[in-house]
Structure formats: structure tokens, C-alpha cells
Design a protein around this ligand. Structure first.
Ligand SMILES: CC(C)(COP(=O)(O)OP(=O)(O)OC[C@H]1O[C@@H](n2cnc3c(N)ncnc32)[C@H](O)[C@@H]1OP(=O)(O)O)[C@@H](O)C(=O)NCCC(=O)NCCS
Length: 151
């Protein structure tokens, strides 16, 4: 059996077009613009991580640290590469970085209708904190989720 190795590295500006492709394929209505990606890049360059398989960028994750808390700004995997542990690999790498930085809390918001992603986060140890009404532009609620990083 051949397995495709997942390589992780920091985002670089030459990845932007590919990240935009993944973004548009992943988020129907509220995909980030190039400007938003650039502002996250300037805010949190060390945790804007891209995943590659055979030299192709297949996913990304952006996390920001503010004081001793962290916030997952976004994660997406190219639909053709989902369910191959790319998302999980990005998350575990990020958790390790956060732990070594002394960060104990990770939070995020997910569309309350995005059941697949809510399951994904629950499987990674996140618990629902509360619902934020009318959070997205189309009026959909967000579910705020949190994980405490032990050790
Ligand atoms: C959420 C997302 C990043 C997951 O990426 P992925 O590479 O497919 O995830 P993985 O293959 O690493 O899956 C990790 C675990 O999550 C769970 N999981 C993944 N997809 C799932 C699904 N559709 N339904 C239920 N559980 C799922 C599985 O338990 C899996 O672990 P296992 O393979 O050991 O059983 C991807 O589906 C995606 O890009 N979605 C669209 C964008 C999005 O909604 N982002 C999140 C916004 S908060």
C-alpha cells in the first residue's frame, strides 16, 4: 500500500493562489478574500500552516495567539484530499506549537449548520461553549467551541 506523506510548512506568498482555490472549493458563501488572508498572515505568520502532498498544497490552517489563548481563524482541505488525515495533521501540529508556547486554550467558531466540521472538532477534543446568534452574514448562528490543552 502506498501512503502519501503529508508535509507541513509555513505559508508563503507564492501559496496564495492555491489557497484561494481551496478556499472557494471549501466555503460556499463566506470564503475569505486575498486581503483577509494577507491580514491573517501579517498577524500570525508562524501558525499560518500549509499541508502538501507530493508537492501540491492540499490544505491550510490559520491560528492566532492572543495572550495565553488561541483562536483558529480557519482551516480547509481541498475536497479531493479530505478524509486522508490532512486536517487532523494540521491540527496536531498546531496544538504542539501552542503547547510549547504555553497556550492552554484553543477556541473557534463554526457554522451551526456545518455538522461535518462540528464532528471533526469534537473528535479532536473540542466542546461546544455557546451559540452566537446571527454571527454570519447570511444570519446563520455560530457555535463557539473550546479545547483545553493539557500537559
Ligand atoms: C473539516 C476539514 C478541514 C477536515 O479535513 P480532513 O482532512 O477531511 O479531516 P481528517 O481526514 O484529518 O479527519 C480527521 C477526523 O475527523 C473526523 N471527520 C473528518 N471528516 C468527517 C466527516 N465528514 N464526518 C464525520 N467525521 C469526520 C474523523 O473522525 C477523522 O478521523 P479518522 O479519519 O481518524 O476517523 C474538511 O472537511 C474541510 O475542509 N471542510 C470544509 C471547510 C470547513 O468547514 N472548515 C472548518 C470551519 S470551522
Amino acid at each position: 500500500m502506498t501512503t502519501n506523506k503529508i508535509n507541513l510548512r509555513c505559508f508563503s506568498l507564492t501559496d496564495l493562489n492555491r489557497i484561494m482555490e481551496i478556499e472557494h472549493a471549501s466555503f460556499a458563501i463566506d470564503s475569505f478574500s486575498e486581503d483577509i488572508f494577507m491580514s491573517w498572515y501579517h498577524k500570525c505568520p508562524y501558525l499560518f500552516i500549509v499541508a502538501e502532498i507530493s508537492g501540491v498544497v492540499v490544505g491550510y490552517m490559520i491560528t492566532c495567539i492572543t495572550h495565553k489563548k488561541s483562536y483558529v481563524a480557519s482551516i480547509a482541505v481541498d475536497p479531493a484530499y479530505r478524509h486522508k488525515s490532512v486536517g487532523k495533521t494540521l491540527v496536531y501540529f498546531t496544538f504542539n506549537h501552542l503547547k510549547t508556547s504555553g497556550v492552554k486554550i484553543v477556541e473557534l467558531e463554526v457554522r451551526s449548520t456545518n455538522i461535518e466540521s462540528i464532528r471533526f472538532w469534537e473528535n479532536l477534543g473540542f466542546s461546544p461553549l455557546r451559540t452566537i446568534s446571527n454571527y454570519y452574514n447570511d444570519g446563520t448562528d455560530a457555535l463557539k467551541m473550546r479545547k483545553l490543552l493539557g500537559g
